[in-house]
Design a protein around this ligand. Structure first.
Ligand code: NAD
Ligand code: TYD
Length: 356
């Protein structure tokens, strides 16, 4: 059996692929365009593994998606591919509309094409698993209840609006055409292979380089943080047992302000790699706020626990310690990402065409 993963060279996708191959004997076909966020070095440990088939391509390319589905006939599609960074969506929303909306539309149509050729058990058990975000629900005040799956959508950034649109498309393809879909809306992930443009990896790599730790606004914005391998296990659980047409919120039960996060990272670095110049907290710098900055996200993850028995394995304390240690142990990965050197690595390992 085979599953198709889109965006499997990105942060969450690569953690999911590694987790999947370790947990099952199925093959993973990994369709990824290798944008700036896609890094095959994340999957270097799979080099030569016949159960990992990498296809470089764009989810907006219908002919390529059709050909990939026809060749591999996956029993499920797990759709991670997206433009995922809010700040980039503010500076250049076009790529978000294209990949997140048009790409999801293209993938849904191609999936519907494959699914319509199936019969019996193969047709009934086929799944399109759409990976989405809690940001579609909008922003909470400090006293609002956490997001439940019934919360209406109120996206505020170009990123979250494009993800909300994709969630609606997935819902419509189920209701109109019967495509067997499940959607998961997850909180902020952190862990290994996180591109250092997002809060946690940026703070770790900047601190280690002696650079400023830029806090937007007053640093009191709240996010719920989930260790990325817990996200992978949640997706496995929903793919295996989630009810068709349903959405499941996935969270870590870890609401933290940004300032708490940065102080925790500084304290861990002070312990694990003390800087003779003094505590890393000296680098904390307040900068201009992000336009339209959502104040608080919080996930009510009781439905996935009630129906599927899933809960995160990591607490924030255990997950953030593992993460900081991972960055300390993988200075080469960080250096390659920062220099763009991973593109050379792709050229070396996968040929010039894959690096284009
Ligand atoms: P990422 O930006 O690290 O990786 C995205 C991957 O998609 C990259 O490998 C990139 O090359 C690929 N990609 C982009 N455009 C493509 C296209 N047109 N065709 C094919 N591949 C393309 O993202 P991530 O943080 O791993 O997020 C994965 C998914 O999870 C996204 O759908 C995101 O919205 C969702 N999500 C992320 C978080 C988070 O905290 N990072 C939280 C909740 C949900
Ligand atoms: P980010 O990692 O970009 O995720 P998202 O915006 O999708 O939640 O940002 C997490 C929080 O950290 C968010 O409130 C913005 C804030 N932030 C900073 O304060 N400084 C930074 O340099 C970055 C990248 C984010």
């Amino acid at each position: 059996m085979t599953i198709l993963v889109t965006g499997g060279a990105g942060f969450i996708g690569s953690n999911f692929v590694l987790d999947w191959l370790a947990q099952s004997d199925e093959t993973v076909v990994n369709l990824d365009a290798l944008t700036y966020a896609g890094n095959l070095e994340n999957l270097a440990s799979l080099d030569g593994n016949p159960r990992h088939v990498f296809v470089k391509g764009d989810i907006c390319d219908r002919a390529l998606v059709d050909a990939t589905l026809a060749q591999h006939k996956p029993r499920a599609i797990v759709h991670f591919a997206a433009e995922s960074h809010v700040d980039r969506s503010i500076h250049g929303p076009g790529a978000f509309m294209r990949t997140n909306i048009d790409g999801t539309f293209t993938l849904l149509e191609a999936a519907r094409g494959l699914w319509s050729t199936l019969e019996g058990e193969a047709k009934a058990s086929f799944r399109f698993h759409h990976v989405s975000t809690d940001e579609v629900y909008g922003s909470l005040s400090p006293t609002d209840p956490a997001f439940a799956e019934t919360k209406g959508f109120e996206p505020n950034s170009p990123y979250s609006a494009s993800k909300a649109a994709s969630d609606h498309l997935v819902r419509a393809w189920h209701h109109t055409y019967g495509l067997p879909v499940v959607t998961t809306n997850c909180s902020n992930n952190y862990g290994p292979y996180h591109f250092p443009e997002k809060l946690i990896p940026l703070m770790i790599v900047n601190a280690l380089a002696g650079k400023a730790l830029p806090i937007y606004g007053d640093g009191q914005n709240v996010r719920d943080w989930l260790y990325v391998r817990d996200h992978a296990s949640a997706i496995r659980a929903v793919l295996a047992g989630g009810r068709v047409g349903e959405t499941y919120n996935i969270g870590g039960w870890n609401e933290k302000t940004n300032l708490e996060i940065v102080h925790t990272i500084c304290a861990l670095l002070d312990e694990l790699k003390p800087d003779p110049a003094g505590s890393y907290t000296r680098l904390i710098t307040y900068v201009k706020d992000r336009p339209g900055h959502d104040r608080r996200y919080a996930i009510d993850a009781r439905k996935v626990e009630r129906e599927l028995g899933w809960r995160p394995a990591e607490t924030f304390d255990t997950g953030i310690r593992k993460t900081v240690q991972w960055y300390l142990d993988h200075a080469g990965w960080v250096a390659n990402v920062q220099s763009g050197g991973y593109r050379d690595w792709v050229a070396k390992n996968y040929g010039e065409a894959a690096a284009a």
